[in-house]
Design a protein around this ligand. Structure first.
Ligand code: LER
Ligand code: MN
Length: 278
């Protein structure tokens, strides 16, 4: 397993120098990869942009563990659940563009949680889940074509009132049956939704492709009360070999991002000092 850290969209840095500086600090701390947000891509010169970003990432020997589509949801103001078919198609198109962009970064996955969207007023959970599943299936055609792993993240009930557990999303994944589709698990959300986190990981391990590894209070490992050492052991036991991403989606940590980034990595290394070495 290797360490990654969630960062804002690469496009959100005012200058290339600002991005270079930020990635330099992250690399100096010892992270192996970053996990940026991705918004609605405004032009289709993906390869030029990807090459530019790759040059800066390579300079710092940083990979990209994935791109997180939560920003697409925020920018559009709706997701896969919208009652209007043209809006759902727009969300699918935005995610498909992000899939094509992601495919230009070796090993990167496209990571989807909030883009699923809330149930519209008057719509049942079943109808909502059908719309969401149809949209995911459409995105998967593009993901399969471009060889881009496509993950769904079970998110806690306060952020989305369905698809909250590994079992619920795992069932959808099994029904869809696409080689590109997998689970992104997030220990913060799991702590709220799972009856037994370790058992859930064991049960659904075949689908797990990405991990957000945060403590009970969404601070880095060691700053809350989750038994993350035990959870790490279970991930190793089931053969998980991907990234553990520190995702600081929390005001307290965003204010002082770099110092929490450094503490986050130290927290991971308390759990396993040899993490980055395989
Ligand atoms: C995204 O990975 C996530 O965990 C959501 O809670 C969005 O904030
Ligand atoms: Mn997450």
């Amino acid at each position: 397993m290797k360490e990654s850290i969630a960062i804002p969209s690469l496009d959100s840095f005012q200058t290339r120098e600002a991005l270079d500086g930020a990635l330099g600090r992250i690399a100096e701390f010892g992270y192996s990869a970053v996990e940026p947000l991705i918004g609605v891509l405004k032009d289709d010169r993906f390869s030029i942009k990807a090459e530019e970003y790759t040059r800066i990432l390579d300079k710092h020997r940083l990979g990209v563990s994935g791109f997180r589509t939560g920003l697409i949801y925020r920018e559009l103001g709706f997701g896969f659940s919208h009652m209007d078919k043209t809006k759902r198609e727009a969300a699918v198109e935005a995610v498909c563009s992000a899939v094509e962009f992601t495919a230009l970064f070796p090993g990167a996955k496209i990571l989807n949680g909030l883009i699923q969207g809330p149930p519209p007023e008057g719509y049942s959970m079943g109808e909502t889940k059908n719309h969401v599943r149809e949209c995911i299936e459409e995105c998967l055609e593009r993901a399969e074509k471009h060889g881009c792993p496509f993950c769904i993240e079970p998110v806690n009930r306060y952020e989305l009132p369905y698809n909250n557990t590994l079992a619920e999303v795992g069932e959808m994944i099994s029904r869809i049956d696409s080689s590109a589709l997998g689970l992104l698990i997030d220990t913060f959300h799991m702590n709220i939704e799972e009856a037994d986190m370790e058992q859930a990981i064991r049960r659904h391990s075949r689908h797990i492709r990405a991990v957000h590894f945060m403590d009970s209070n969404r601070l880095p490992p060691g700053y809350g009360h989750l038994p993350l050492g035990n959870i790490f052991d279970v991930l190793r036991e089931v053969g998980y070999q991907g990234y553990l991403t520190i995702e600081m989606a929390f005001e307290k940590t965003n204010e002082d991002f770099f110092s929490w980034a450094e503490k986050g990595l130290a927290g991971l290394h308390v759990i396993d000092p040899g993490l980055n070495r395989g």
